[in-house]
Ligand binder design. Structure first.
Ligand SMILES: *[C@@H]1O[C@H](CO)[C@@H](O)[C@H](O)[C@H]1NC(C)=O
Ligand SMILES: *[C@@H]1O[C@H](CO)[C@@H](O)[C@H](O)[C@H]1NC(C)=O
Ligand SMILES: *[C@@H]1O[C@H](CO)[C@@H](O)[C@H](O)[C@H]1NC(C)=O
Length: 685
């Protein structure tokens, strides 16, 4: 609906100008439009982008609308009161008074709408929960802010760790930014001019005149997504991921920002083969986002990129309005998974992280891409390889979702069986940057690896609970007592969920009653009864094998710690129930590395909840969030998984220490095969 709304805004603007004409239009008209200055450009200076962003004042109506949408959607988020003060070992990491901060934001004034956005975004990010994130596509990823020098934390022969410009930095940057690399080449001082390549691998002594970990830790405070400090530190550095189209390179938060936060960086470096430190200043450059709708000035930027679009809000499934296809839904581009067609996602519930960085499309340099042949079963985000030792199989799994659920699950089985037929007796599962996906795919993978046993039959996932907010209870009332969902299309329909004994509720069972009253951090809360398994064997495309494919203790799960949601469901149950060792690549050695985070149980978002509300005729209820006016997304944890070690408490804030924090040396950084060979030597030989 871009065309009509832009006309509407144009008319609004035009009438505003007429009304305001007598006061300031003469001066205003001569002041150049800061958004026209960046319009139509592929690359801009971050300061020019900020000048555009900060030129728009806060509209109190829109501000209140966002506060109301977030606040009322949070009534469906399971973790609000837990996140007020998380238990150990995450107390220092998660302690956010969300409702208090929303009240503060309501009263506070801001120099611009951009400043207000940053406060909303960072307030939610302080939860360090990748499911519960506020994203406004008006600002986030309109442009991405880049440096050509991604960083790596490397360990030397003596075991000392230091920050380096990634050895592959120039290869990555020259391939990804062919139209901008000269700007950086020419920015280098004196004799270094044109020699950007010679910076690759350089040791970084100082960032902006301070120890590099000052910058690493400052970023860890605002990056969000993961409970553990170690994981948020790792977000600063580059890493790799198996994506649906190939092997991708993740630049890290130093070299890629989703907002124009920095204009330049001053690095004090020692280049490879040199002794004396040198100082270089590199400008950040902002590149227009792939999903940005073209604009020519402030009015068209706002109209094309900042107002609610199809899919921002929910729909009444039983009304006359058309239902948007899932790939058009704004939330999709921030989900850390490949696109899933709408009918598949309706049937297969997901648990997936949202991130302000879109999934990376920067490619891993060819010299680092695994050169081993991909085996049968390999497709999209799943690749199978046999290491040269002839006994270690590798499954690289960059996501728990795929465009087709059945093909995805059958591919997993085919791949593991072909590894076995080639003689594999042990397995590495590399889940670097796996942000989750289908819940039942995580159950399936665990089940087929270790075979049928008490930990996998009838279920290999975690029990969960939903939150019994007052509006949620009214939705279920409508479904159960007023037949408001005759064809079982809604999330809250009882027939979707089994009780703690894994028996599915009948259509008339009010599964939110009676509420389980719980006091968390001194605050009264209420949840559903304990829920069991919703991935029974008859839901899988083929029967799972009758025997184990691998001994769980011979399955090593490898990542940079950035394994979330369904990836966490898989890793947690494999580690804590089957004794599978876990590896985190290259984390700071004096910081406890956790092998995954943002566990959740099932994730969803405002738009989906709004569909539940509208379809059950409750949009007029005072507890219902209003329709969102801006191009925003609010994610939530809708069901929260119970722990393995303490099954009475959520898994979310229980410890998940890595078996091994693998030191990363210059010769193996971002080289998956070299890493898998070392992991084999250390944990599997
Ligand atoms: C948020 O909602 C709560 C009820 O859950 C209400 O008490 C509070 O005033 C609301 N906060 C704001 C800022 O609207
Ligand atoms: C891979 O698939 C082909 C074709 O179906 C088959 O001939 C071959 O034996 C399979 N290889 C393995 C290792 O399973
Ligand atoms: C909501 O209220 C409006 C006006 O009060 C009314 O026209 C509309 O029918 C109501 N909608 C529902 C779903 O009850």
């Amino acid at each position: 609906m871009i065309f009509p709304s832009s006309i509407r805004s144009f008319l609004l603007l035009a009438s505003f100008v007429v009304v305001a004409a007598t006061v300031s239009v003469d001066i205003e008209a001569r002041k150049p439009d800061p958004c026209a200055a960046i319009a139509g450009q592929k690359w801009v200076a971050p300061s020019a982008l900020r000048a555009c962003f900060t030129s728009v004042k806060v509209d109190p109506v829109i501000k209140d609308n966002i506060v109301q949408v977030i606040n009322k959607t949070l009534a469906f988020h399971t973790s609000v009161n837990y996140e007020f003060k998380a238990p150990q070992p995450f107390t220092a990491d998660v302690h956010e008074d969300l409702l208090g901060d929303l009240a503060r934001i309501s009263k506070q004034s801001y120099p611009s709408d951009y400043d207000l956005h940053i406060d909303f975004s960072r307030t939610l990010k302080r939860l360090n929960d990748g499911h519960c994130v506020w994203i406004n596509a008006c600002y986030v990823t309109l442009f991405l802010n880049f440096l050509p020098t991604p960083l790596a934390l490397l360990t030397d022969v003596s075991g000392a760790q230091s920050v380096h410009i990634a050895p592959e930095a120039f290869q990555v940057a020259s391939a990804e930014f062919p139209d901008q690399i000269d700007v950086w080449q020419n920015a280098l001082p004196g004799p270094l001019k044109g020699k950007l390549e010679s910076l690759s691998g350089a040791k970084v002594l100082l960032i902006n005149g301070q120890d590099p970990f000052v910058a690493v830790n400052a970023n860890a405070l605002i990056t969000g997504s993961f409970q553990a400090l170690g994981t948020r530190q790792n977000s600063f550095f580059s890493s790799y991921q198996r994506a649906s189209t190939g092997w991708n390179y993740v630049m890290g938060n130093f070299a890629q920002q989703s907002l124009p936060l920095s204009d330049s960086v001053t690095l004090t470096i020692v280049r490879t083969g040199h002794i004396l430190p040198e100082v270089v200043v590199l400008p950040y450059r902002a590149r227009v986002g792939s999903a940005t709708v073209p604009f020519t000035d402030t009015a068209s930027w706002r109209a094309n990129n900042c107002v609610a679009i199809d899919g921002t809000n929910g729909v009444n499934l039983f009304g006359s309005s058309s239902i948007p296809s899932s790939t058009n839904i704004p939330v999709v581009k921030f989900k850390q998974q490949p696109d899933i067609p709408a009918p598949v996602e309706r049937k297969q519930h997901v648990n997936v992280m949202l991130d302000t960085s879109p999934p990376s499309d920067v490619v891993l340099p060819p010299t680092l891409v695994p050169a081993l042949p991909s085996l049968n079963g390999s497709a999209s985000v799943t690749q199978f390889y046999m290491l040269k030792d002839g006994k270690t199989g590798v499954m690289a799994l960059g996501s728990f979702s795929d465009s087709d659920f059945n093909t995805f699950l059958i591919g997993m089985l085919t791949g593991l069986q072909s590894l076995k037929s080639l003689g594999a007796t042990q397995l590495i599962v590399d889940v670097s940057n796996n942000g989750g996906g289908f819940i039942c795919a995580a159950h399936w993978l665990h089940r087929i690896i270790v075979g049928p046993k008490s930990t996998t039959v009838p279920q290999s996932g975690l029990d969960t609970k939903a939150r019994d907010g007052p509006l949620a209870m009214l939705i279920v009332d409508q479904i159960v007592n007023n037949n408001a969902d005759p064809n079982n299309e809604l999330l809250y329909n009882p027939t979707n969920w089994p009780d703690a004994n894994n028996v599915f509720f009948p259509p008339t069972d009010n599964w939110l009653q009676p509420p389980v009253l719980t006091t968390i951090n001194g605050r009264a809360d209420a949840f559903s009864q304990r829920l069991g398994e919703e991935c029974p064997a008859n839901q899988f495309p083929v029967p799972p094998p009758a025997t184990a494919l691998f001994d769980g203790k011979k399955v090593v799960i490898v990542s940079n710690g950035r394994c979330a949601s369904s990836c966490s469901l898989f890793s947690v149950t494999m580690n804590k129930e089957e004794g599978s060792p876990t590896v985190v690549l290259g984390g700071k050695k004096d910081v406890q590395q956790q092998y995954c985070g943002t566990v959740g149980g099932q994730s969803t978002d405002f738009s989906t909840i709004d569909t539940e509300i509208k379809s059950t005729g409750l949009k007029n209820n005072s507890l219902a969030p209003p329709d969102l006016l801006v191009n925003g997304v609010q994610g939530i944890t809708w069901r929260l998984g119970f722990g393995v070690v303490d099954p009475t408490q959520p898994e979310e804030w229980q410890p998940r220490p890595a078996t091994l924090n693998l030191p990363i040396t210059a010769d193996i950084i971002n080289n998956p095969v070299a890493i898998w060979e070392i992991v084999t030597k250390k944990l599997l030989s």
